[in-house]
Design a protein around this ligand. Structure first.
Ligand code: 5CA
Length: 446
């Protein structure tokens, strides 16, 4: 993409309404624009990151054996009356009436709708296990939407639902989700710690939230500091292997880690004092096992191998896709702007032309652009007629992890400059080597 042709409405001033750094930077980097309280338009740069995050979520769900689909945002109130949640959900639910006077709602979550699909099409144990998921907009009429996309009213969620014959099988599905979430967040450059939590309006008493530690997080958390040493890394996991998934769950959840809702001071006091931590965290996901709560209410049963009719065991598993942008920025920025992890960056590399209009500089930039593109990478070329300082400031603000700077002086010596946004370190290299290096970082071969 050439910046002269892109739509990147960066702001020079700090927007007054933004109280936390991620909100401020998303507005300043021209990623989002508030449409109404807690409702945002995703401008091109923000949209790109959102799609990258979705892609990682999708890949890891499919890897775990979960099946993508798409349910609508608008749901029938009648279905929610069957589960009893139409009245229970309270004022967070946006209720709508259509022209025929039918009650509808903008889905805050999808347990009812997915259970209805299940009961209409599945009747035998032979069709299980089954986990279906989608990535779809949700609406929760939060009383205090704030912090930009962190606590929106309209927000994008990945929500997945498992259906199993027995509790044991459903717990394996739970573990599978836990493992896939650990991988998912690490691919985005985040450490998200599973912590025992509360079921809230979804229900169930077996649930973990995934928290990214950050001072601006809305949840108070208590944990054993040893937990922050755990890395999922590049393990080869067989998602059908019950023991393997269980072992990961045990490894990542055996130490004390709880949100304030389930915090138990007496238990916490058993952690050696030097390892006891109280902090704040951003909840980027939650997994639930709630047994037969919805299947009984909606009559979702299957026939077992010995001919009995039983309600299926279910769980639901969510990732806050749009909230993740805020969480990643909270975890990865400096005073100049965002620092995107390579896994989610909107463009792989920036190209800054220090002297637009100079034949050599323009030519070298065009060549870099073409070589990177040919390798399947997406560079953002700042080809505007602007001062170098302004170009650097924009690149730093929008946070591309790598920048190639091209100027007539370097070119006379046959080099360009490759700079890491994270460390600020630069090296001078011939253009082909800069391309090869960027390509290698993203796993492409030049
Ligand atoms: N049905 C279940 C799981 S599929 C569910 O709705 N779980 S949830 O309520 O925990 O939401 C899942 C994730 O969505 C949360 O962990 C959080 O990351 C994100 N989320 C929830 N509310 C908001 C909000 N108002 N703004 C942005 N993200 C949100």
């Amino acid at each position: 993409m050439r910046l002269s042709r892109y739509f990147l409405p960066v702001l020079k001033e700090n927007p007054a309404e933004a109280q936390i750094v991620s909100h401020r930077l998303m507005l300043r980097a021209g990623m989002i624009k508030q449409a109404q309280a807690g409702i945002y338009s995703w401008l091109p740069l923000g949209h790109k990151v959102l799609r990258n995050i979705e892609k990682i979520v999708n890949e890891e769900q499919v890897r775990a054996g979960h099946i993508p689909m798409l349910m609508p945002t608008l749901q029938s109130a009648d279905l929610w009356r069957e589960s009893g949640r139409y009245d229970d959900y309270g004022e967070e639910m946006l209720r709508i009436t259509d022209r025929h006077g039918r009650d509808m709602l903008y889905g805050p979550t999808n347990e009812e709708l997915i259970t209805d699909i299940f009961r209409s099409h599945v009747s035998s144990y032979k069709d299980l296990p089954l986990t279906l998921y989608h990535i779809q907009w949700k609406f929760r009429d939060e009383i205090r939407p704030r912090f930009g996309v962190m606590r929106g009213r309209e927000f994008l969620m990945k929500d997945g639902y498992n259906f199993d014959v027995t509790k044991e099988d459903a717990l394996h599905a739970y573990n599978r989700h836990l493992v896939s979430y650990l991988r998912t967040y690490e691919r985005m450059g985040l450490q998200a710690i599973p912590m025992r939590a509360d079921g809230g309006p979804i229900g169930g008493d077996y649930t973990h939230e995934f928290l990214v530690l950050a001072e601006t997080g809305e949840s108070e958390v208590f944990y054993d500091s040893e937990i922050t040493d755990l890395k999922f890394g590049d393990r080869d996991i067989d998602y059908d292997d019950v023991a393997q998934c269980q072992a990961v769950l045990e490894e990542f959840t055996s130490r004390y880690a709880r949100t304030d809702e389930t915090h138990d001071q007496a238990l916490f006091d058993k952690v050696p004092e030097a390892r006891r931590r109280t902090a704040r965290g951003i909840e980027v996901g939650q997994i639930f096992y709630f047994g037969t709560k919805y299947s009984e209410a909606l009559g979702a049963t299957v026939q077992t191998a010995d001919g009995k009719q039983v309600p299926v065991h279910m769980g639901s598993h969510g990732i806050g896709v749009s909230r993740l942008l805020g969480a990643i920025i909270e975890a990865s920025h400096d005073d100049k702007g965002i620092i995107w992890p390579e896994g989610v960056t909107p463009f792989h590399c920036g190209i800054v032309n220090l002297k637009q209009g100079d034949e050599d500089a323009d030519g070298a930039c065009e060549e870099l652009y073409a070589s990177l593109t040919a390798l399947g990478l997406e560079p953002l070329y700042d080809d505007r007629n602007e001062r170098a300082g302004g170009k650097f400031a924009t690149m730093d603000l929008i946070g591309l992890p790598w920048r190639i700077t091209v100027g007539p002086r370097g070119l006379r010596n046959g080099v360009v400059e490759l700079t890491s946004r994270r460390t600020g370190e630069s090296e001078e290299l011939p253009p082909e080597q800069a391309v090869a290096k960027v390509a290698a970082i993203y796993g492409k071969t030049a």
